[in-house]
Ligand binder design. Structure first.
Ligand code: PBG
Length: 326
């Protein structure tokens, strides 16, 4: 009678106290990074319709959101800019008083302890919406590198704590590292979106950042969703070029990739729970098809369980508010 079953896994599931004691992974507000979208002007707050709870804001309003995040225990924000004007080389992206540069200055002045990460990519600043400069209908890799480097330097000069290239040009980590070093920013780390897939889950972001390509798509530079081995190669290349932290993006649909990269490298590893992954849970929750809070907590826990150290998510504040309520 006593010899079967010899081990009863249910013994450790009998109460929340016991479950808590043997829990392998938890998500804390300190694990989360909040993306924010900054637009020109003052007192501007425009909801993004495909991302409930996410707004485009001017820098003064952004400061409110960042202040709340910090008070809730979220240590870092990731900034995206939507400029007044776009051109074919994205020059508003590396202007010293561009929309992101000014927002960084304000945040670092008012909230010096907040870690400000900036997205480095041309797509929000180019009239054609591609992540680099064009030669004909293709993005010219090598002609794009100096512009990305200029953008990263302008962010560092404004006081960014970490620069995060998301453009997927080959060699950009090396180019950015060299430019930062020449300008004396040897201490500014690079968070490389080393592993970024050409994903349909970026749809809502392109509404928020007004960055949808005007023709074609990004499959000529972002990774094929079918490939996982290639992720290790991308990671290795960026490590060799001097990346300090790595990002996998998207996260929820790429848990296997997070796991593999975690096993293959010892760098800090972040994962980006992207706009579409956020929007689909929010949409189902709005319809009453899912318990939104529980589903989000489960997703974020899964991303950590797969091996991510930190998670970039639009849900960061909602999560932290809930954690505070207990
Ligand atoms: C810029 C960039 C994108 C995202 C982050 N940085 C969009 C894209 O590559 O089209 C997507 C983030 C999200 O979907 O939440 N290149």
């Amino acid at each position: 009678m006593n010899d079967y079953p010899s081990f009863r896994p249910r013994r450790l599931r009998r109460s929340e106290a016991l479950r808590g004691l043997v829990r392998e992974r938890t998500v804390q507000p300190a694990d989360l990074v909040l993306p924010l979208f900054v637009v020109p002007g003052k007192g501007v707050r425009r909801p993004v319709s495909s991302m409930p709870g996410v707004d485009q804001t001017s820098a003064d309003e952004l400061l409110r959101d960042a202040t709340e995040a910090l008070q809730l225990g979220i240590p870092a924000v990731l900034l995206f800019g939507i400029p007044e004007e776009k051109d074919d080389v994205g020059s508003s992206g590396y202007h010293p008083s561009g929309v992101v540069q000014e927002a960084v200055r304000l945040l670092k002045r008012e909230l010096p302890e907040l870690i400000v990460v900036t997205d480095v990519c041309l797509c929000e600043y180019t009239s054609h919406g591609h992540c680099g400069v064009l030669r004909g209908e293709t993005v010219d890799n090598d002609a794009t590198l100096p512009l990305l480097a200029r953008m990263a330097v302008s962010h560092a000069e404004a006081g960014a704590d970490i620069v995060a290239p998301s453009d997927m040009m080959d060699g950009r980590v090396k180019a950015i590292r060299a430019a930062l070093d020449v300008k004396g920013h040897t201490d500014v780390p690079i968070l490389s979106y080393a592993i970024k897939y050409a994903s349909s889950f970026y749809g809502p972001f392109r509404d928020a950042a007004e960055s949808a390509p005007s023709f074609g798509d990004r499959r000529g530079y972002q990774m094929d969703p079918a490939n996982a081995r290639e992720a290790l190669r991308e990671a290795r290349l960026d490590i060799d070029e001097g990346a300090d932290l790595l990002m996998v993006k998207p996260a929820h649909a790429y848990l296997d990739v997070i796991h593999r990269v975690r096993m293959a490298t010892e760098l800090p590893l972040w994962a980006y729970h992207v706009s579409g992954e956020y929007a689909m849970v929010m949409a189902a929750a709005e319809r009453g098809w899912l318990d939104g809070d529980r589903a989000m907590t489960e997703v974020l826990t899964s991303i950590k369980r797969a091996g991510a150290d930190r998670v970039v998510t639009y849900y960061a504040r909602q999560f932290a508010r809930r954690a505070r309520e207990g």
